[in-house]
Design a protein around this ligand. Structure first.
Ligand SMILES: NC(=O)C1=CN([C@@H]2O[C@H](COP(=O)(O)OP(=O)(O)OC[C@H]3O[C@@H](n4cnc5c(N)ncnc54)[C@H](O)[C@@H]3O)[C@@H](O)[C@H]2O)C=CC1
Ligand SMILES: N[C@@H](CC=O)C(=O)O
Length: 452
């Protein structure tokens, strides 16, 4: 039996919040209204708030002297315990986080772009300084997935992390599927709802999802990921016609992010990962197919746990702030019980190894040509006898076997042919496609998408 716990004096943690946009405002609203939340929320003081303009009307009620446009003064303020970075972008976010760390402050961030690019530098600095950098909000908005990967699932050998990790594109694709609306109008709605990045090309072109899957892969597979090695395609090329064909064939189209160990043929084969983002035809019966609107879902497969899926709102002020504040509370909890002040024999602050990140090596990423996957392709061809046969022969010559071939939409002399392949080697499929493009009877390869 341990000693009886005495009445605990109020601890109180001072929060320096950088940015009061969508996520910053959601975070402030939780911190300023602790009723019926965990009692530790009441011990968090929103001490300083860094903003661009002092004149802008704000949705949070705080004394004017809490605001400053000098963000450097927050990250160097000796009174601040935890810096929350929600300004987004690469700079000055990176420098502000590094300065906060150098001044012994713990950092909570939602900034996947900065972490995916500068995680190495930021986590090395944090380990050296003995502080935590937590990022639950960076992936999946309100869905707890970072902490489960670090903690609850850490006994597993993870094989696959796969999911829908961008709320904006899922919102766009869902509305294109259900109401056939215009891409630009739907994107404007996603921006209005606070889902999209400051520059929404990061969402639409898959870059935001690539940042997120790189972060998830590094946690799942225990090594850093070089972002330029993540294969990334966005949703611009997904047309209403593809959505309609996919529907007829029993699929929905989603922007899928995948990180997977490639099978080792021999036990001493070097281990490679596939890390990729692309629009994908998902069978309607697959659990990810019914993840709609701004929701995200991440399916993790590990040994021995099997499959677990995390589902919930992937963007927006409230859900993202929920994740931000959970990180703040994790740090506050550690500091409350004094675990933040324990040191090693060399005098270095000891960090909880299940919460801190300390990967040293980079994972090897397999080339896309070696991927084994199914494909969907749509061809615009002349409606002449033998076209389907020529396509079939060309695919066969390259070891690409076809699961289905459908000829539809015959307009005068032209027709559309849609094929779905069996599992094939991606390199073989592209070789066949190059030959098909050169065929006189083929006007255009209208689209090529992978199939789960
Ligand atoms: N909006 C969402 O649903 C989610 C956003 N995130 C991430 O959270 C971060 C913040 O995103 P949002 O709140 O949506 O962006 P936002 O654009 O709504 O807010 C950012 C705020 O920071 C301010 N800011 C930017 N640079 C500044 C500077 N140098 N000095 C003072 N203020 C500055 C801007 O004026 C703005 O008010 C980003 O890293 C984003 O990727 C993560 C998950 C979900
Ligand atoms: N823009 C992002 C916001 C959350 O990370 C998204 O749409 O998912």
């Amino acid at each position: 039996m341990g000693e009886a716990i005495q009445d605990k004096p109020t601890v109180g943690f001072k929060i320096g919040l950088l940015g009061l946009g969508t996520v910053g405002t959601g975070t402030a609203q939780i911190l300023l209204n602790p009723v019926q939340r965990h009692p530790l929320v009441a011990e968090l003081e929103l001490y300083r708030v860094g903003v661009r303009s002092l004149d802008k009307p704000r949705a949070v009620d705080l004394p004017a002297d809490r605001f400053t446009t000098d963000l450097e003064s927050i990250v160097t303020d000796p009174a601040v315990d935890i810096v929350v970075e929600v300004i987004g972008g690469l700079e000055p976010a990176r420098s502000l986080m590094l300065t906060a760390i150098a001044h012994g402050k713990h950092v909570v961030t939602a900034n996947k772009a900065a972490i995916a690019r500068f995680g190495d530098e930021i986590f090395t600095a944090a380990t050296e300084a003995g502080v935590y950098v937590l990022l639950e909000a960076a992936v999946g908005g309100g869905i707890p997935v970072i902490e489960p990967l670090k903690q609850s699932l850490c006994a597993n050998r993870i094989h696959t992390v796969m999911g829908i990790v961008n709320g904006t594109t899922n919102y766009i694709l869902t509305r294109m599927q259900t109401e056939g609306g215009d891409f630009a109008d739907i994107l404007a709605d996603a921006q209005q709802l606070g889902y999209a990045e400051a520059d929404p090309t990061a969402d639409v072109d898959g870059l935001d999802a690539a940042d997120k899957i790189a972060i998830l892969a590094s946690l799942a597979f225990g090594g850093r990921i070089k972002l330029p090695e993540v294969h990334c395609e966005g949703i611009r090329q997904v047309s209403a016609a593809d959505i309609a064909y996919a529907d007829k064939l029993g699929f929905v189209i989603k922007l899928l992010a995948v990180a997977k160990r490639t099978p080792q043929i021999a036990p001493d084969d070097p281990e490679h990962l596939q890390v990729r983002v692309h629009p994908t035809l998902i069978p309607k019966i697959h659990p990810l197919a019914s993840v709609n609107d701004v929701n995200n879902a991440i399916l993790i497969e590990g040994d021995p746990v099997g499959q677990v899926m995390f589902f919930g709102p992937g963007a927006g002020a409230g859900p993202t702030a929920s994740a931000v504040v959970s990180d703040i509370l994790n740090i506050a909890a550690i500091l409350t019980v004094g675990r933040g002040s324990q040191t090693s024999l060399e005098g270095k602050a000891l960090l909880d190894p299940l919460l801190a990140c300390s990967h040293q090596h980079y994972c090897a990423i397999a080339p896309m040509d070696e991927l084994i996957t199914r494909f969907y392709a749509r061809f615009s061809t002349n409606d002449t006898p033998g076209v389907i046969g020529k396509l079939g022969t060309c695919f066969g010559d390259h070891n690409v076997s076809l699961e289905s071939v459908v000829q539809t939409d015959i307009h005068g002399e032209s027709a559309e042919i849609v094929v779905v392949t069996h599992n094939v080697r991606e390199g073989n499929f592209h070789q066949a496609l190059a030959e098909i493009r050169a065929m006189p009877s083929v006007n255009r390869v209208a689209s090529v998408l992978r199939v789960l």
